[in-house]
Design a protein around this ligand. Structure first.
Ligand SMILES: C[S@@+](CC[C@H](N)C(=O)[O-])C[C@H]1O[C@@H](n2cnc3c(N)ncnc32)[C@H](O)[C@@H]1O
Ligand SMILES: Nc1nc2[nH]cc(C(=O)O)c2c(=O)[nH]1
Ligand code: SF4
Ligand SMILES: [Mg+2]
Length: 257
């Protein structure tokens, strides 16, 4: 069923989020992205997002959100069916849902290592072992030409919301954090450099270059064949870290991977 597309509206989804989480999918795979790439992990994908990246690889959590509502205990039970001690909470944007904090607390109580995949626009206080923050660049904005659904109706809202340096600095200060940028080409680098500088200026802890990850844009193996080498060369040139999209390399765009 359709679920929250945003946190602004007083729709049924937001009311329901008071006692449950809208889950789009829950599966076990290898972490495909970032510093824990290759680690067997259970993925809990919530539905609903406050942004609309034109390239979103999880269309049915953002542009057309769908999912079913589950209580935290039921989610923990489903996670425990798998033989993995890492859990990745993702979406959609998991932090639009207050109940994500309860889920993270329940997972931490049971000894799981938790990663949260987030766009870094919503502050949170929760037991998070790795904050995998993916700040959204101008190249993510759904302009009329790039909008996968309409004629750019979301462009302004996306632009207004996509970056908050103080919120990003809060993640860096509070959690072990990786800043994982989706790179569409060399034109993204000036914005990445300026943003990393701004976060360094706002945070009272260091942000080492190895915590800044460049990830090629691409939802399919064919798309990554075009982008991964360009982005790897940019990582070498700028001294940042490259991250593959291992799951796409291995399983292309198959669901549940
Ligand atoms: C679907 S998002 C969900 C979490 C959160 N909303 C976010 O954007 O970080 C999960 C990860 O996939 C990345 N991503 C989404 N679409 C992508 C694409 N077409 N190519 C590369 N990475 C993509 C996001 O930047 C994020 O790091
Ligand atoms: N294997 C695999 N690794 C991932 N790392 C982050 C993902 C995400 O969608 O947040 C993801 C995903 O969807 N699959
Ligand atoms: S912020 Fe994440 S879930 Fe939301 S549209 Fe962008 S990539 Fe998709
Ligand atoms: Mg994914």
């Amino acid at each position: 069923m359709p679920v929250a597309s945003d946190t602004d509206g007083l729709d049924e989804a937001v009311e329901r989020s008071a006692d449950a989480l809208p889950i789009n999918e829950l599966f076990c795979s290898l972490q495909g992205e970032g510093q824990l790439a290759g680690v067997p992990s259970v993925f809990v994908r919530t539905s609903g997002c406050n942004l609309r990246c034109w390239f979103c690889d999880s269309y049915h959590t953002s542009w057309e959100p769908t999912g079913d509502w589950y209580g935290v205990d039921d989610i923990v039970t489903a996670v425990a069916e798998y033989d993995a001690d890492h859990v990745v909470l993702t979406g959609g944007e998991p932090l639009v849902h207050e109940k994500s904090v309860d889920l993270l607390e329940a997972l931490a109580d049971r000894g799981y290592h938790t990663t949260v995949e987030t766009n870094g626009t919503i502050p949170v206080d929760a037991p998070i072992d790795l904050a995998s923050v993916s700040p959204k660049l101008e190249s993510s904005t759904p302009t009329p030409e790039r909008d996968p659904k309409g004629d750019g109706e979301w462009a302004k809202r996306h632009e207004d919301r996509r970056l908050d340096v103080d919120v990003l600095a809060g993640f860096v200060e509070r959690y072990d954090t990786q800043l994982k940028f989706v790179v569409t080409g060399p034109e993204d680098m000036a914005e990445i450099e300026a943003l990393v500088d701004d976060v360094r200026g706002a945070a009272d802890v260091p942000v080492p270059d190895e915590a800044v990850l460049l990830m090629p844009e691409g939802q399919t193996r064919d798309q990554l064949d075009e982008s991964r080498r360009v982005v790897a060369d940019l990582a070498l040139e700028y001294g940042y870290r490259y991250t593959p999209r291992l799951h796409v390399d291995l399983w292309n765009d198959a669901p549940g991977t």
